[in-house]
Each structure stands twice: as C-alpha cells, then as structure tokens.
Design a protein around this ligand. Structure first.
Ligand SMILES: Cc1cc2nc3c(=O)[nH]c(=O)nc-3n(C[C@H](O)[C@H](O)[C@H](O)COP(=O)(O)O)c2cc1C
Length: 305
C-alpha cells in the first residue's frame, strides 16, 4: 500500500478473495494484526445496547501448513494465515462478534491484504482444534466462548481470481448489490461524486451535511459483505416534525444462523462512517425482540455545516 486509505476507501475497496499467493505476511503486519486481535477480544462493548454481549475471541493462526489440514472444502486456495473467532450464541453476542471481526477485516484492507468471511465452508473440527491449541497458551481473567463460529483467511490475493473463485462469486451473485432505494427508506442515495471526493480527500468530512453524511454511512452498509450476499440490512429514517433526521432504524430481512453476524458487520460499517464525519450517536436496542435490528439515535453533528 503506498498511501493510507481512509475508512470509506477501505469499505469501498474490500472484496472477498478466495485465491491467495504464497507471499508471506510481513513481520510488522503479523505483529500489528496479532495485537489487533487481542485488543478487539478485550475491549468492552462501547455501546450500552451491547453491554450484556459476550466478548468474542479472535486468534491469528499464521503459517498453517496447508489448507488441506485447515480445510476449506477447496473454496479457499493458497491461504496459510487465518483469523479464527469463537463467539457466544445470543443475537447480541453475534452482533458484537460481527462488528469486531469486520473491524479487523477493514484494517487488513487498509494494509493491502485480502480476506474472506467463512461461516460455513471450513472444516469445523480442524479449525476448532487449531483454536483450542492456541487458546490453551493464552490465559486471562475473562471466560471466552469456546466454539469457533467464523474463520477468515488473510493474505495477499493473487492478481487473477482462479476459476473456482469466479464460480463462487457467480453462485452467490457477489457482484449484484441491491440498490440503495431497495434497502433504505427516507434517505436519498449519495451521489457517486460525493463518495469519490470523500475518498480522494477533495471534499472534507466537515463540509458534508448531516443528511449527506448519513446517506454515505448507509452506502457503506450497502457495500458490506454478507453471508451468501443476502444483504439482509434494511433501514428507515426517523425524522422530527420539521423533517430533521433524528435517527436510523435497522431491521434484518433474514433469520438464520449468520443473520446477526451480517447485522454486526453492517453496524461496524455504519458506525465507522458516522465517526469519520464526527457524528455523535447512540446505538439503542429497546426490546430484545428488535434484535438483531437496532436504532441509531443521531445526537449531535460535530460538523459546522
Ligand atoms: C457471515 C458471513 C459468512 C460467510 N460465509 C462464507 C462461506 O462460508 N464461504 C464463502 O465462500 N463465502 C462466505 N462469505 C462471503 C460472502 O459470500 C460474500 O461476502 C458475498 O458474496 C459478497 O461478496 P463480497 O464480500 O466480495 O462483497 C460469508 C460472508 C459473511 C458476511
């Protein structure tokens, strides 16, 4: 990477990659990513809504001998480094886990590394064994969940995707995103020019209105990865009597084992984008039945606009 990406660029650039070159991770990247795994496994949830959620534990397994040992059913090729995450069973446990792992994936994109979320196509027993082996050597006061739920290969993607990778992308229609208006109500889609100017730095976050900033944050949700590209995130604007934006209500259109991870990933993108603009917000979950949906109350915009 010859320049530092801002978070919008990392979100817009990230793609799932399933073919990796033999190039090894640098010592600096390995050290940084290991410390990020620790930090993200230890930091308390920064929003009241997830106070009760169990922290996930993420481990970096480097230089795994072959993908035959740490199997991915032939879906991933060439990867020798993996993040392995154990997380709790409840909806809020999975939301928090989704947020934490996606934060790590975006950091990888910023370093020029490729990744791919795996919630199904990995050998449960082999990765559980690898996780248990590393976990045994790390002690601490907090009792983490033990069952591995997500695996993510990390490394340098090859220039060209191999045939299987192209087929996988076609099977889950990875390049077919729902439109902004299919997903979100009550907010107009941001212009492509605004996105690219914010990425290049020709428009500063402080020059953008709250309305446009929230639209960009929702666009960042639209670009998120999701299991089988299901894109289950739906959102609606809340407004006061004068029409000012007061918040965004998210709900989830699917109900399966990975839905809450998908929502956690979306919240990660949304929160990181709101922070980029200096928007102060609260994430609220009023009733457990709303889960994995959540309400984001827009409290204050630090922008001058
Ligand atoms: C929670 C979750 C689980 C996933 N599980 C798998 C998986 O088991 N195997 C796989 O090849 N891809 C998996 N993916 C990757 C998705 O297929 C991919 O994110 C989606 O097709 C969109 O493509 P993109 O990430 O390139 O934008 C998963 C993604 C998420 C978010």
């Amino acid at each position: 990477m010859n320049h530092k990406m801002n978070i919008l660029e990392a979100i817009a650039t990230r793609r799932s990659r399933r073919t990796y070159s033999q190039q090894v991770l640098t010592h600096a990247d390995t050290t940084y990513l290991s410390s990020e795994c620790r930090r993200l496994s230890e930091a308390p949830a920064y929003c009241h809504a997830l106070d009760e959620a169990k922290l996930p534990k993420i481990i970096l397994q480097c230089n795994a001998v072959t993908s035959a040992k740490l199997g991915t059913y032939g879906i991933i090729k060439g990867a020798t480094n993996f993040f392995i995450m154990a997380s709790g069973e409840s909806e809020s446990d999975k939301i928090l886990a989704g947020m934490r792992m996606e934060s790590l994936l975006l950091a990888c994109t910023g370093l020029g590394l490729s990744t791919c979320w795996l919630g199904g196509t990995y050998s449960k027993s082999a990765f559980q064994e690898a996780y248990d082996r590393i976990n045994r050597t790390q002690t601490g006061n907090y009792t983490y969940p033990e069952a591995v739920s997500i695996v993510v290969p990390v490394g340098y993607g090859t220039e060209e995707p191999r045939f299987t990778e192209k087929i996988m992308r076609r099977l889950c229609q990875a390049d077919m995103r729902k439109s902004f208006s299919q997903l979100f109500e009550g907010v107009a889609s941001p212009t492509p020019q605004l996105m690219s100017q914010l990425i290049s730095g020709t428009t500063l976050p402080s020059d953008v209105t709250t309305e446009d900033a929230v639209a960009v944050a929702l666009e960042c949700v639209r670009l998120a990865p999701s299991s089988t590209n299901s894109q289950p995130w739906r959102a609606e604007a809340n407004r006061d009597i004068k029409g000012h934006l007061t918040g965004i209500t998210f709900r989830c259109a699917t109900n399966n084992r990975l839905s809450a991870f998908d929502m956690g990933i979306a919240y990660c993108h949304f929160i990181k984008a709101l922070r980029f603009f200096g928007i102060v917000f609260d994430m609220e979950i009023e009733r457990p039945t709303d889960l994995p949906g959540a309400f984001f109350k827009i409290r204050k915009n630090n922008n001058t606009v």
